[in-house]
Design a binder for this molecule. Structure first.
Ligand code: HEM
Length: 386
């Protein structure tokens, strides 16, 4: 499945084809925030950005977004949340696995089956919807169409089953949404707590993008400070702080004997705050990434070993590029178009390991205040409304 992720959904050419979808969803995200700003209402950054990320991923993969009106979108978000909570329970229960198995206590079987059945029901409906559409339109349009075509094709490069298709989408929702949402929330909180960084970032965006159009993802390569801010947000607040591997074979490492099937837990959070590797490790200093890329001193291999926000190796995150696009454009738009008011002087940065991901104890709530003239959009052109 990972190969399918890498070749069919996330390779640069495919990402380029779906750029229009992401641009449209970014505009919808902007309009929702603008609406709140006009009503002087506060927003919960994680809820708004979850809607953005979910809609983009669903449209990229299934050619549709889940409807907010009939509660479908909320059901998907709920299922993803339940999956995270379950993984956390299973992870901690694994330490007692032998004892529980001896006592013949099944590990969360009922809960796992419950979530799995509900995902199954939802995805089955979407598969049927696609098959009907394909029969009528005879067009290959999105990921689901491509996978269904491969499922029917006896000579396809990848032999896939209906269950493969379903598990692919579960991986996509679970791996792709909350990670990007948490990163957006944490990075925005750091920006609000550091007004100097907000000013520097805004200056860069204003000089590259200006104030007469909305930021595009194609602007990101020309916004090195924005890239550094996102990277630093990910360093201090990696949504996946623990990486897990199992040894396939026994081996010896630096004098330690490691038996076969040993589970290894890597604390990526601690690695990325290690004072031996990072100067002022607990401080939010995006500049550190600018100086690395300018001086070229940092050996790439060394960087890979100490920067683990996307994991690494064969099981590393296949969605890195998309993740940077999601977070970069969301943060870029929020900084470009709005000022942000919070209650009190500083955002409370207390953290909790709330499921599979590192999240905020008090979700970030703030009130947007427009700083640019509102944009109105006619097709793909942006104009200033008077
Ligand atoms: C800022 C955003 C993101 C972060 C921080 C992130 C982080 C991670 C991390 C830490 C892992 C585990 C890697 C390991 O164990 O070495 C992972 C795996 C994964 N991620 Fe991401 N991710 C992000 C966005 C995405 C997106 C947008 C997608 C899909 C479109 C995605 C799909 C996946 C999948 C499918 C896996 C499992 C890979 C496997 O098991 O081999 N991620 N991600």
């Amino acid at each position: 499945m990972k190969k399918i992720f890498a070749t069919k959904l996330l390779r640069p050419q495919v990402l380029e084809n779906s750029r229009g979808v992401r641009a449209e969803e970014l505009k919808r995200f902007y309009r929702r925030i603008l609406d709140k700003a006009r009503k002087n209402e506060n927003i919960e950054i994680s809820k708004e950005s979850a809607m953005l990320m979910n809609n983009i991923l669903c449209r990229m993969s299934m050619g549709r977004s889940f409807s907010e009106e009939n509660g479908e979108a909320e059901r998907v978000r709920g299922l993803v949340g339940e999956s995270y909570a379950l993984v956390k329970k299973i992870f901690f229960a694994a330490t007692l696995r032998r004892l529980l198995e001896k006592l013949r206590i099944p590990l969360f079987r009922k809960e796992i089956m419950g979530v799995s059945d509900r995902f199954d029901e939802l995805l089955e409906r979407i598969i049927v919807e696609h098959k009907d559409k394909l029969e009528k339109e005879h067009q290959v349009m999105d990921m689901m169409d491509v996978l269904l075509a491969a499922y029917r094709d006896k000579n396809a490069e990848y032999k896939i089953t209906r269950n493969h298709i379903k598990s692919f989408f579960v991986d996509l929702f679970v791996g792709g949404t909350d990670t990007s949402v948490q990163t957006t929330q944490w990075t925005m909180a750091e920006i609000i707590n550091n007004p100097n960084i907000l000013q520097t970032l805004r200056k860069e965006i204003d000089s590259v993008v200006g104030k007469s159009r909305l930021i595009h993802e194609t602007d990101i390569p020309n916004l090195p400070y924005l890239q550094a801010v996102v990277k630093e947000g990910l360093r201090l607040h990696p949504p996946g702080p623990l990486l897990i591997r199992t040894f396939q074979e026994r081996c010896e490492m630096k004098g330690f004997y490691i038996p076969e099937k040993t589970t290894l837990v890597i604390n990526a959070y601690a690695v990325m705050r290690d004072p031996d590797s990072w100067e002022d490790p607990d401080e939010f200093k995006p500049e550190r990434f600018l100086s690395y890329s300018r001086s070229g001193q940092e050996d790439e291999k060394e960087q890979t070993l100490k920067y683990l926000s996307f994991g690494g190796g064969r099981r590393g995150c296949p969605g890195v590029n998309l993740g940077y696009i999601f977070v970069g454009t969301a943060i870029g738009m929020m900084v470009q178009c709005f000022d942000w008011k919070i209650e009190g002087d500083k955002v409370n940065m207390e953290e909790t390991y709330g499921g599979m991901n590192l999240t905020m104890v008090n979700p970030l709530k703030c009130t947007p205040v427009p700083r640019t003239q509102p944009f109105s959009f006619t097709s793909n052109l942006e104009i200033l409304s008077s």
